[in-house]
Write a protein that binds this ligand. Structure first.
Ligand SMILES: *[C@@H]1O[C@H](CO)[C@@H](O)[C@H](O)[C@H]1NC(C)=O
Ligand SMILES: *[C@@H]1O[C@H](CO)[C@@H](O)[C@H](O)[C@H]1NC(C)=O
Ligand SMILES: *[C@@H]1O[C@H](CO)[C@@H](O)[C@H](O)[C@H]1NC(C)=O
Ligand SMILES: *[C@@H]1O[C@H](CO)[C@@H](O)[C@H](O)[C@H]1NC(C)=O
Ligand SMILES: *[C@@H]1O[C@H](CO)[C@@H](O)[C@H](O)[C@H]1NC(C)=O
Ligand SMILES: *[C@@H]1O[C@H](CO)[C@@H](O)[C@H](O)[C@H]1NC(C)=O
Length: 323
C-alpha cells in the first residue's frame, strides 16, 4: 500500500512537473523563418493589389479574432508547426513584424508567389521568392543590431533556427499550366521546366544559407492536378490533364530530393530535409489548393513527426530541431 501510494505520488508529481515544464517551456529552437506561398502566408498580401488575398470572411471564421490573411478557416500549415515547435504565439508576417518580435522569426510567405518572378502575376502583386529573401536580409540586419551589433553571435543565433520553404505550386498552376498568360510551356518541356525551377531554387537556397540558415525544411508539392480549380478548368479530357499536372509536379519533387542530398553533402554544417506532401495527402483526403485547418493539422503533424517512413526525407522536423 505504501509503495502504491508512493508510486501514485510520484506519478502525480511527475505529471505536475511535466505540466509546469510545458507551460513555461521555451521553444525547441529560438526562431522559425517561413518562406512560400498561400499555404504559409499569414497576412503579407493584405495591403497588396491582388486577387490573392484572404483577409475577409469566410477565411478566418475559426481563427481567434477572425480573418488575418491566412488562406484557410483557422490555423495554417506553419501555425501548426510553430505550435509543435513550442512557440507560444504565431510567427509574425514580415508586413507587420516590428522590434524584438523578429527574434522569434518572421513569415515572408505571399499568396500567388513563386520561385519565378512572373509566376502569379495574373493575380496581381505578390512577393516572389527573390524578394522574400531580400526581406530576410533586412531582418538579419535588424537581428544583428538587436544583438548588440555582434555579427558572430547573430550568426550563431540564426544557425539554430528552423527555416521552412514551401514554394513552387504557383510556378505550375499560375504559370506553366496557364498558357493563355505565360509562355513557359512553349519554351520548356516538363522535364526541362522542373530542372529550370530546381536550379533557380538551388541559387535561392544558397542565398538563404549565406544568411545563416542551417536547418531547412523543403516542402514538396502536393497533387495539384486534383485541386477543384484544375478539375473544373481542365478541358475536354479531364483525366489526362490532371495526370499531366501531377506528372510534371512529380518531376519537380524528385529534383527537390536531389537538392536535399546535394546540400547535405556539400554545404558545411547544413541540414536540409524534404517533406513528402504527396505522400501525406494520399491518405489525408485533403488535396486542395487551400485546405481547411483540419487538413493542415494532418500535414503539420506528419511533417513534424512522421507517421510513415516516406513522409519526410531523410527525417522529420522534430529531428531537425534536435540537431
Ligand atoms: C560577440 O559575442 C561573443 C559571444 O557571444 C563574444 O565572445 C565576442 O567577444 C563578441 N564580439 C564583440 C565584438 O563584442
Ligand atoms: C516569353 O515571355 C516573356 C515575357 O513574359 C518574353 O520576355 C519572352 O521573350 C517570351 N519568350 C518567348 C520564346 O516567347
Ligand atoms: C484522354 O486521354 C487519355 C490519355 O491520353 C486517353 O487514353 C483517353 O482515351 C482520352 N479520352 C478521351 C475521351 O479523349
Ligand atoms: C561548422 O561547425 C563547427 C562547429 O560548430 C564550426 O567550428 C565551423 O566553423 C563550422 N563551419 C562553417 C563553415 O560554418
Ligand atoms: C513520396 O511519396 C510518394 C508517394 O507515396 C512516393 O512515391 C515517393 O517515392 C516519396 N518520395 C520520397 C523522397 O520519399
Ligand atoms: C498512409 O499510407 C501509407 C502508405 O500508402 C500507409 O502505410 C499508411 O498506413 C497510411 N496511413 C493511414 C493513416 O491511412
Amino acid at each position: 500500500m505504501k509503495t502504491l501510494l508512493m508510486l501514485l505520488g510520484f506519478l502525480l508529481l511527475s505529471n505536475l512537473q511535466k505540466y509546469r515544464v510545458t507551460e513555461t517551456s521555451q521553444p525547441q529552437v529560438p526562431c522559425f523563418f517561413i518562406f512560400g506561398d498561400s499555404i504559409s502566408d499569414n497576412g503579407n498580401n493584405n495591403d497588396l493589389v491582388t486577387m490573392a488575398k484572404a483577409n475577409y470572411q469566410p477565411y478566418g471564421i475559426d481563427f481567434p479574432g477572425g480573418p488575418t490573411g491566412r488562406f484557410t478557416n483557422g490555423r495554417n500549415l506553419v501555425d501548426i508547426i510553430a505550435e509543435l515547435l513550442g512557440f507560444a504565439s504565431y510567427i509574425p508576417p514580415f508586413a507587420t513584424a516590428r522590434g524584438e518580435e523578429i527574434l522569434k522569426g518572421v513569415n515572408y510567405a505571399s499568396g500567388a508567389a513563386g520561385i519565378r518572378e512572373e509566376s502569379g502575376q495574373e493575380q496581381g502583386d505578390r512577393i516572389c521568392m527573390d524578394r522574400q529573401l531580400q526581406n530576410h536580409q533586412i531582418t538579419v540586419s535588424n537581428i544583428i543590431k538587436l544583438l548588440g551589433n555582434n555579427e558572430s553571435s547573430a550568426t550563431a543565433y540564426l544557425n539554430k533556427c528552423i527555416y521552412s520553404v514551401a514554394i513552387g505550386s504557383n510556378d505550375y498552376l499560375n504559370n506553366y499550366f496557364l498558357p493563355q498568360y505565360y509562355n513557359t510551356s512553349s519554351i520548356y518541356n516538363e522535364e526541362q521546366y522542373a530542372a529550370v525551377l530546381a536550379q533557380q531554387l538551388y541559387q535561392q537556397l544558397l542565398t538563404l544559407h549565406k544568411l545563416g540558415a542551417r536547418k531547412v525544411a523543403l516542402f514538396g508539392l502536393g497533387l495539384l492536378g486534383y485541386t477543384p480549380v484544375e478539375l473544373a478548368t481542365c478541358s475536354t479530357n479531364g483525366s489526362s490533364c490532371v495526370e499531366n499536372i501531377d506528372n510534371a509536379v512529380a518531376l519537380f519533387n524528385d529534383r527537390l530530393v536531389s537538392l536535399v542530398d546535394d546540400f547535405n553533402t556539400n554545404l558545411p554544417n547544413a541540414t536540409f530535409i524534404f517533406i513528402n506532401t504527396t505522400q501525406i495527402s494520399l491518405n489525408s483526403s485533403s488535396a486542395e489548393v487551400h485546405p481547411t485547418e483540419a487538413a493542415y493539422v494532418v500535414y503539420g503533424e506528419r511533417a513534424y513527426r512522421v507517421e510513415s517512413p516516406t513522409d519526410a526525407y531523410p527525417f522529420d522536423i522534430e529531428s531537425l530541431a534536435q540537431l
